[in-house]
Design a protein around this ligand. Sequence first.
Ligand SMILES: Cc1ncc(COP(=O)(O)O)c(C=O)c1O
Length: 395
Amino acid sequence: MTPDFEHPPERRGTDSVKWDLKPHTPDGRSILPMWVADMDFPIPDVVQSALRERISHPVFGYSYLSAAHQEAFVAWQRRRNSWEIDREWLVYAPGVMPAVRAAIRTFTEPGDEVIMQPPVYNPFFCAIRDSGRVVVENPLVAVNHSYQMDLEHLEAQISDRTRMLILCSPHNPVGRVWTPDELIALAELCGRHNLTIVCDEIHGDLIREGHSFTPLASISPEISSRTITCAAPTKTFNIAGLASSFAIVEDPRKREALAATIERLGLDLPNTLSLTAATAAYSNGAEWLDALLEYLNATYDWFEREFATRFPRLGLCSIQGTYLAWIDFRELMESVGADDTAVQQALLDVGGLWLSEGSWFGTAGQGFQRMNLACPRDVIRDGLDRLEIALGALS
Ligand SMILES: Cc1ncc(COP(=O)(O)O)c(C=O)c1O
């Protein structure tokens, strides 16, 4: 049966971060949330059935990572990305951010420098700073509403305290799917300076038609040996509330060290229902994902046309992956003399539209807003109407 992406269930009242945290404007109108990166679509039937079946057994004692669970992920990578990994390489973590945090603690010392390329997912900044490491920023460079890495600037930033680079691939929030050439050039640079690469591939299954995703570590054994890949079923299958993830670490010494940190932090025990959901999703969720990607592809095509017609004073970055639209307000802000706070206030209080504020992704994100497109097109249309109302208050 084709999944119905047009009529998702009501999410209000489910303790949803997206829908329940801020339901109303100050004067009591409903707020449409298009910010946090989860989808409004129901999960695949096969995942829901697997969960139902597991719940029908009335004991929920400790669970371990079964071979079936690991094999489901290994087979997924083989089928979707032609990436041959060994299940021995997998290290469980209860989420990508716990794995990233553990990797920072394992492969760097307090005071060491970690490079990131903002605008980028904000918790990376916190993970580095919270552990007493130093953030080094190599901002992405925007060219014609698409972003590139500035490798010359990156290399110039490296000092004898630089130990690690965190790559977001595909990149949240700018929606880039890095090409093999871009990945190889970056990895060669990291190789020259002996940097460990933490590669966050949580959005790696959400690729727009016409683009192709390459897991960084699949490119060569040399790259794989310096890379900690973080992958998860949570974005792909909309099961972020059933948190789970795998770090893929080919180098045995690095793997043991990372696993030891995860254990020391008390993060090694998997949640029973998360395992059930992830195993079912990786084993039987491909058809649902293909249907989802088809729906999202049509959304992107429609959204880009609609956006260009209705908002000529805003810029829209090309969407290659993720499901997140990165919108440039800078020209408009300059022409009306508005700052980020004024834009956010107009969006929320006047338009009743909650987007992710660009500055959350670092100073490189100032003047931007991120819009989550993983919802029915009618809801996006409502979002665009609200955006228009908000802009009316700014001009
Ligand atoms: C790039 C990126 N990494 C990690 C996460 C969070 O992952 P987890 O919930 O598994 O910690 C997100 C969630 O939006 C994300 O966009």
